[in-house]
Ligand binder design. Structure first.
Ligand SMILES: Cc1cc2nc3c(=O)[nH]c(=O)nc-3n(C[C@H](O)[C@H](O)[C@H](O)COP(=O)(O)OP(=O)(O)OC[C@H]3O[C@@H](n4cnc5c(N)ncnc54)[C@H](O)[C@@H]3O)c2cc1C
Length: 372
């Protein structure tokens, strides 16, 4: 069976690993000169966003035999709003590193693949389509799906980040929702060692936000992070991503082409997470090719998850700094604290996103009605 995988990232490599486990050797085409040939950044994988999965890494290992070693298990997540700081505690998920780092998830996945990866590939999709029985499009964005008229882009966002040196607990990331500084966006810091972390801001490219000065926002956020963490963070590297697409395919598969990872629409518009779902789409496309399952059916819950995440995005955008202060303050309230920690914990399996979608939708409708 001739299978071409275009893109050796999270979804493409997960597809390759699964195909090989079922006796199929794919041809992998990667445009860069090695796996993970991009800026180093730390990312997170939180099961609360991927329910009904309880523990993403355990699931990948037990069910799909894909084994990944994280940087650390997250046992505390600090939330900063304009005037409050709160924390969620428990087994919340994992942090990991991406890109050129030797322990990046891409590099760990590539070690589990036997097939040769054709680097610096200039093969076009059309060529692969003609010459292979199946093509798995895993290029990390919705461009190809868009050209094929199969993609709805819901928003794009601007991301600016830096590697910073300081003193960190690898099990404790921080996130900031402060609309005075980052309108409709957020910032975070994820350590990838006790001495290095990624400090990042992301915000949607709405017409209101286009006139914002990215460098000015960054300066203000950097100063805020230094103040809140009580350290003088030293910037050693930085990166920018513009017009990062968040959208979804109309059809998960067209003829002999599978759309996987961000090509399918795995990055959640709510908070920008996409690693775990990207890997699932890679595995599921391999299942379809090996006639173990049907890709459209397997990806249906992922589509549902995406739709919940869109509601979450609107919900977050409809909040004011005062609303967020209220919620963050309540994280440390004695009565709610225990409940929140339980719901977010890997042990619970509670589908918070799904359960809260109707309420968030009501709130969104109310806010939008009030603003007319
Ligand atoms: C700054 C940032 C922070 C993020 N943080 C998080 C986070 O904390 N948690 C989380 O879950 N998700 C996060 N995400 C999202 C997550 O990284 C993506 O959802 C995930 O990497 C998508 O996997 P993929 O397989 O679709 O693409 P990728 O893993 O990006 O792989 C795509 C591959 O395709 C290759 N390629 C591109 N074009 C071609 C071509 N024409 N021919 C051949 N190869 C090609 C690329 O070089 C790359 O190797 C973040 C994204 C960004 C940008």
């Amino acid at each position: 069976m001739e299978v071409a995988i275009m893109g050796a990232g999270m979804s493409g490599l997960s597809c390759a690993i699964t195909l090989e486990k079922h006796g199929v050797t794919p041809s992998i085409f990667e445009k860069r000169s090695c796996v993970g040939d991009r800026f180093v950044n730390a990312e997170g994988m939180f099961s609360i966003l991927n329910r009904p999965t309880k523990d993403c890494l355990a699931q990948l290992s037990n069910e799909f035999n894909i084994n990944l070693k994280p940087i650390d298990e997250v046992n505390k997540l600090f939330m900063h709003s304009k005037n409050e700081i709160g924390a969620i505690e428990g087994k919340l998920g994992y942090t990991n590193v991406r890109g050129r780092h030797e322990d990046s998830y891409e590099n760990q996945l590539a070690k589990q693949v036997n097939a040769k990866i054709n680097f610096k590939s200039t093969r076009e999709y059309e060529y692969l389509c003609k010459n292979f029985e199946y093509v798995v499009l895993a290029t990390g964005d919705g461009e190809y799906a868009s050209h094929l008229g199969n993609y709805r882009c819901d928003l794009t966002c601007t991301i600016k980040g830096a590697t910073v040196e300081g003193e960190f607990l690898t099990s404790v990331p921080h996130v900031w929702f402060n609309y005075e500084i980052l309108p409709k966006g957020y910032g975070w810091i994820i350590p990838y060692s006790e001495k290095e972390a990624n400090l990042v801001i992301a915000y949607p490219d709405y017409p209101d936000n286009i006139k914002l000065d990215l460098n000015d926002m960054w300066k203000k956020f950097y100063a805020l992070a230094c103040k809140d963490l009580d350290q003088n963070l030293r910037i050693t590297d930085n990166f920018e991503v513009t017009r990062y697409m968040m959208g979804i395919c109309d059809k998960a598969k067209l003829d002999n082409t599978y759309f996987v990872g961000n090509c399918f629409g795995t990055v959640s518009p709510g908070l920008g997470f996409g690693q775990y779902i990207s890997m699932l789409t890679g595995v599921y496309s391999a299942y379809d090719i090996c006639k173990i399952g049907t890709y459209e059916e397997l990806t249906r819950p992922l589509l549902e998850n995406y739709n919940h995440s869109i509601v979450l995005r609107r919900f977050l955008e409809n909040l004011t700094d005062e609303d967020i202060d209220f919620q963050v303050k309540n994280l440390d309230n004695k009565i709610t604290d225990n409940l929140v920690n339980k719901v977010f914990s890997n042990d619970s399996g509670i589908e918070l996103l799904k359960l809260s979608t109707p309420l968030m939708r009501l709130w969104n409708n109310y806010k939008e009605f009030k603003s007319k």
